[in-house]
Design a protein around this ligand. Structure first.
Ligand SMILES: [Zn+2]
Length: 423
């Protein structure tokens, strides 16, 4: 078995990747801002596990800030790192530290040297080395609120833009914010929808966005009811009439949000832009997992057969439901972005199940989903291992032949996203 796994892995390691989802801080910003070991690695993910392990949020803020020196930060960090370092989030950092900075562990004897290496290598060229030379990533789709000029480096990135601010409207301040950004006065729901349409069109033509992204599972349930224009308009008009009162005037706006989500799907579909939707676990601590079950989205999949949906994070922990959905609907695809480091065990298990259930052209194998580039490296190492492990298990069980493995892996990591996003 080990030999079989090693054989498959050695081939999978050579494959180029199209990375379906990142939040990368652009190299130009990062180099200018400066980093240390803790402000960098506690940006997200492992930080959530340290808080889950008991670290007070104020201590996490100290690690992210620049008031303390590296020794003071280590003393805060160490007890919680000891408790949480078993998780895939933390293991991902250890892989990055070893391969990128040549440091074997994060402990009393290594943290100062590791920090010194991170600081000294925070220079232009870092992203080329990590994303291209070490990770073999051909392109990364980056999730943004509006196109950043640095994202337009088409050798590295394609933008996927969020239009959630057009959907998640709770006060007149939310309307004013977009009026200001786009330099347009809004006087009716119709004008609001037109602004959405014009903005999506402009971003597609000018910035070559390759997808629309929605992250609203962080803020509300994913069930978007079909709503009449008149019902949504009445709520929108109430908000407009409260201009000046600002966010103190808050009403229940779910029907308006639902209406606007349907509009986003309709318009994206007309523009042939796929829609990437966050489902499953929310990053951070203390959110409502049941809000994010991909099954809430079924009416959208049914109502818009021409729209193409990329469903994120292997639906963790609802991967079984996602499997049934993707099997059912030709317009819905399953994406493993982030999933390999939420849990390596889950990722292997669910991929084995999916390869029994879903046609192999409908699974996307990797999205790093990191703000800092070291995380992307560690994540792709783990993703390649997980994919090789799932394939080896299936060969061992006699479900597929060893000769099929490379073709499946190549589809998952490269060909499927390349075709779907028309890259
Ligand atoms: Zn993300």
């Amino acid at each position: 078995m080990d030999k079989l796994y090693e054989n498959i892995l050695s081939e999978v390691k050579k494959l180029p990747i199209i990375d379906t989802h990142e939040h990368l801080d652009m190299e130009e910003h990062r180099v200018k801002k400066g980093v240390d070991l803790f402000s960098l690695f506690m940006t997200h993910y492992a930080s959530s596990d340290l808080i889950s392990a008991g670290m007070p949020v104020e201590d996490m803020d100290k690690l992210r800030g620049n008031q303390l020196d590296i020794d003071e930060k280590w003393r805060i960090f160490k007890p919680y790192w000891e408790r949480a370092k078993n998780t895939s989030y933390c293991q991902c950092l250890l892989i990055a530290v070893k391969d990128i900075y040549g440091v074997d562990d994060i402990n009393d004897f290594t943290y100062q040297e590791l920090n010194a290496r991170i600081v000294s290598m925070n220079k232009p060229g870092l992203y080329r080395r990590i994303l291209k030379d070490m990770s073999h990533i051909e392109l990364s789709i980056c999730d943004v609120y509006w196109p950043d000029p640095f994202l337009l480096d088409e050798e590295f990135y394609r933008p996927a833009v969020r239009f959630d601010e057009f959907i998640f409207v709770e006060s007149s301040d939310d309307i004013s914010a977009l009026e200001k950004r786009h330099g347009r006065y809004i006087n009716s729901l119709n004008q609001w929808v037109r602004l959405l349409e014009d903005t999506m069109k402009e971003y597609k033509e000018k910035y070559h966005i390759c997808a629309v992204k929605s992250g609203l599972a962080y803020s509300r349930i994913l069930r978007y009811e079909r709503t009449d224009y008149s019902e949504a308009e009445a709520i929108f008009n109430q908000l407009l009439s409260a201009r000046g009162v600002g966010s103190e005037f808050c009403i229940q706006t779910k029907p308006l949000q639902d209406y606007m989500m349907h509009k986003v799907v309709q318009i994206a579909s007309e523009m042939d832009l796929p829609i990437q939707i966050h489902t499953g676990l929310q990053e951070g601590n203390g959110n409502v997992i049941t809000n994010s079950n991909p099954s809430h989205l079924i009416n959208l999949f049914m109502d818009y057969p021409q729209a193409r949906f990329d469903i994120f994070h292997a639906g963790y922990p609802y991967g079984g439901e996602l499997s049934a959905i993707v099997k059912n609907f030709p317009n819905v695809y399953a994406d493993m972005c982030w999933a390999h480091i939420i849990s390596r065990e889950y990722a292997v298990r669910i991929l084995e199940e999916w390869l029994d259930t879903i046609p192999a052209n409908k699974i996307f194998g990797f999205g790093g989903d990191y703000i800092f580039v070291e995380g992307v490296y560690g994540h792709q190492v783990i993703a390649r291992e997980n994919i090789a492990r799932a394939l080896a298990n299936k060969v061992e069980k006699g479900y597929i032949k060893e000769g099929q493995c490379l073709d499946i892996a190549q589809r998952l990591l490269y060909q499927n996203p390349k075709d779907f996003f028309k890259l």
